[in-house]
Design a protein around this ligand. Structure first.
Ligand code: SAH
Ligand code: SF4
Ligand code: F3S
Length: 452
C-alpha cells in the first residue's frame, strides 16, 4: 500500500454506543472526526487503535453494561499499550462515575463528557503526543457548535438533532443532569443540514431531542416546532419526517393539525406516557393527568385515524400501588399502543425519586412488568394482524438482519416489513402487500411485478 503524509494512515477506531438516538448521533460525529484524522473503522473493539465507549446512564443496567465492556478492554490495553481507550457520554457527567473510573479502571486514557464532544480531536492529539491521561468534563453546554463532521450510519435515513438538553426534571430521570439545559439549534442551521442530507440521497429524517415539541421555547428566533416541520417539508428529496421524543405536556393543537396537513410528516408518534395513574404522574413531575393524555390520543386519532402510537412506560415507580398500576393497565386498553418500551423503575443517584421512601419491592416490580408486557404484546399483535392483506408503502433500507434472503424496510407508521426483492431498490419507497403479521414485524410481497 502507498504511504501518504497522514500519520494515522491505517490506524483504526471502534465506537461502542449505549443509550438513545442522541448518543447514536453523537457517535456519528465522533466517527466523522476520526475519519477526518485518517482512521478507518474496525469492527473489533479489542483490536482498534482507538476504542471509544459512548455511555448511557438512564438505568442501572446501562451503567453495568458499560463497566462490563470496559473490563473487556483491560487485556487489549495490556497487550498493546499504545491503544487509546476513551470513554464519553452521559455516565461521565456524574462525579461518582469519574471517581470509580479513577479508582478501578486505570487503563482508561481519555474521559470526556456530553458537552465537549467537539474537542475530541484536540484531546486525542494531546494524548497521542504526550501519552498522559486526560479527564475533561464540562458542567454545562456552551454555544451549540455547528458544522462538525459526521459519518452517517444509514444512507437513506438520518437523525437530525434539533435541540440539546432537557429542562423537565422528571423526578426519576438522570438526563437533565447529564445533558444540561435545553438549547435549540437555529432553524436555518437545521434546514442547511437537511438540504445537504437530501442531496446525498437521504429520504427520511428523524428530528431528535429529549422534548422536541418544546423546540424554540428558549429562543432567539420566532419559529416553533411545527413551523420547523413545515420548513423542512419544503426540502426536495426528503419524503418522510419523524421525530423523537415529544412530551405530552407540550403537544399543541397546531402540531396535531400538522399530522393531518403535512404529507411528509409520518403517521406515527412516540408519546411517552410513563404511567396511567394521575397520582404517580404528579410524583413523576410529568405535568399532565391520565385524562389529559387520553384527550391527546383522541385528538390525534380524530386528525389522523390510522396514526400509529407508541410509548414508554415505567413500572414500580416509588409509591406505585396496585391501584395505580391498574390505572396503567386501563390506559393501555383505552389507547391500544402499536408498541411500547417498558422499563422497571431504576434508582438514579442525584434524582429526586432516589430519596422517595416507598420503593417498590423488586418482585412486585417484575410481576407488574410481566403483566404489562404480556398485554401490550397481545395488543401489538392484534394491531399488526389488521395489516394482513393491506398494501403499504415501505421505504426499503437494505438486507433483513434476521433473514439474509429478504430485504427490509419500514411503513409510514413505523412497522418493520420483511419481503423478497432485489437489494438495488434500497432507498426507494415501494408498495408491499402484507401476507403475515408477527408481534414485532410484518412479512409481505412486493406488488410491483418488475421487482419480484
Ligand atoms: N426524553 C424522553 C425519554 C428519555 S429516557 C422523554 O421524556 O420521553 C427514555 C425512557 O427511559 C423514558 O421515557 C422513561 O420511560 C425511561 N426512564 C428514564 N429514567 C428511568 C429510570 N430511572 N428508571 C426506569 N426507566 C427510566
Ligand atoms: Fe428525562 Fe423527563 Fe427530560 Fe425525558 S422529559 S429526558 S424523561 S427529564
Ligand atoms: Fe442514556 Fe444519555 Fe440518552 S442517559 S438515554 S444516552 S441522553
Amino acid at each position: 500500500m502507498k504511504k501518504d503524509n497522514n500519520r494515522n494512515y491505517n490506524k483504526s477506531y471502534n465506537i461502542t454506543t449505549f443509550g438513545c438516538q442522541m448518543n447514536e448521533r453523537d457517535s456519528e460525529t465522533l466517527a466523522g472526526m476520526l475519519e477526518e484524522l485518517g482512521y478507518v473503522e474496525n469492527a473489533n473493539r479489542k483490536e482498534a487503535d482507538v476504542a471509544i465507549i459512548n455511555t448511557c446512564s438512564v438505568r442501572e443496567n446501562a451503567d453495568k453494561r458499560f463497566f462490563g465492556t470496559l473490563g473487556q478492554l483491560k487485556r487489549a490495553k495490556e497487550e498493546r499499550p499504545e491503544t487509546v481507550i476513551a470513554v464519553c457520554g452521559c455516565m461521565m457527567q456524574q462525579q461518582h462515575i469519574i471517581d470509580t473510573l479513577k479508582a478501578k479502571y486505570p487503563w482508561v486514557d481519555l474521559v470526556f463528557g456530553t458537552h465537549n464532544i467537539h474537542k475530541f480531536p484536540e484531546l486525542l492529539t494531546n494524548i497521542l503526543n504526550e501519552r498522559n491521561k486526560i479527564i475533561d468534563i464540562w458542567d454545562e453546554g456552551g454555544d451549540i457548535i455547528e458544522g462538525l463532521p459526521a459519518k452517517r450510519m444509514h444512507p437513506f435515513k438520518a437523525y437530525v438533532n434539533i435541540m440539546y438538553g432537557c429542562n423537565n426534571f422528571c423526578t426519576y430521570c438522570i438526563v437533565p443532569y447529564t445533558r444540561g439545559r435545553e438549547r435549540s439549534r437555529h432553524p436555518e442551521d437545521i434546514v442547511r443540514e437537511v438540504k445537504t442530507l437530501a442531496e446525498s440521497g437521504v429520504k427520511e429524517i428523524t428530528l431528535l431531542g429529549q422534548n422536541v415539541n418544546s423546540y424554540g421555547n428558549i429562543r432567539e428566533f420566532p419559529q416553533d416546532f411545527t413551523d420547523l416541520i413545515y420548513m423542512l417539508s419544503d426540502i426536495d428529496g426528503i419524503q418522510r419526517i419523524r421525530f423523537m421524543t415529544s412530551h405530552p405536556k407540550d403537544m399543541s393543537d397546531k402540531l396535531i393539525q400538522a399530522f393531518k396537513e403535512c404529507d411528509k410528516l409520518c403517521n406515527n408518534i412516540h408519546l411517552p406516557v410513563q404511567s396511567g395513574s394521575t397520582r404517580i404522574l404528579a410524583r413523576m413531575n410529568r405535568k399532565y393527568t391520565k385524562e389529559d393524555y387520553l384527550l391527546l390520543i383522541k385528538k390525534l386519532r380524530a386528525a389522523v385515524p390510522e396514526i400509529a402510537i407508541t410509548t414508554d412506560i415505567i413500572t414500580g415507580f416509588p409509591g406505585e400501588t396496585e391501584e395505580d398500576f391498574n390505572e396503567t393497565m386501563d390506559l393501555i386498553e383505552k389507547v391500544r399502543f402499536d408498541s411500547a418500551f417498558t422499563f422497571l423503575y431504576s434508582i438514579r443517584k442525584g434524582t429526586p425519586a432516589e430519596k422517595y421512601t416507598e420503593q417498590v419491592p423488586e418482585e412486585v416490580k417484575h410481576e407488574r412488568f410481566n403483566r404489562l408486557v404480556n398485554r401490550l404484546n397481545d395488543i401489538s399483535q392484534e394491531i399488526n394482524k389488521s395489516y394482513e392483506g393491506r398494501t403499504v408503502m415501505v421505504l426499503v433500507e437494505g438486507k433483513s438482519k434476521t433473514n439474509p434472503r429478504m430485504i427490509t424496510g419500514r411503513t409510514e407508521t413505523g412497522k418493520l416489513v420483511n419481503f423478497k426483492g432485489p437489494l438495488e431498490i434500497a432507498g426507494q419507497i415501494v408498495p408491499v402487500k402484507i401476507t403475515e403479521s408477527k408481534t414485532f414485524s410484518l412479512n409481505g410481497e412486493i406488488i410491483d411485478e418488475n421487482y419480484r
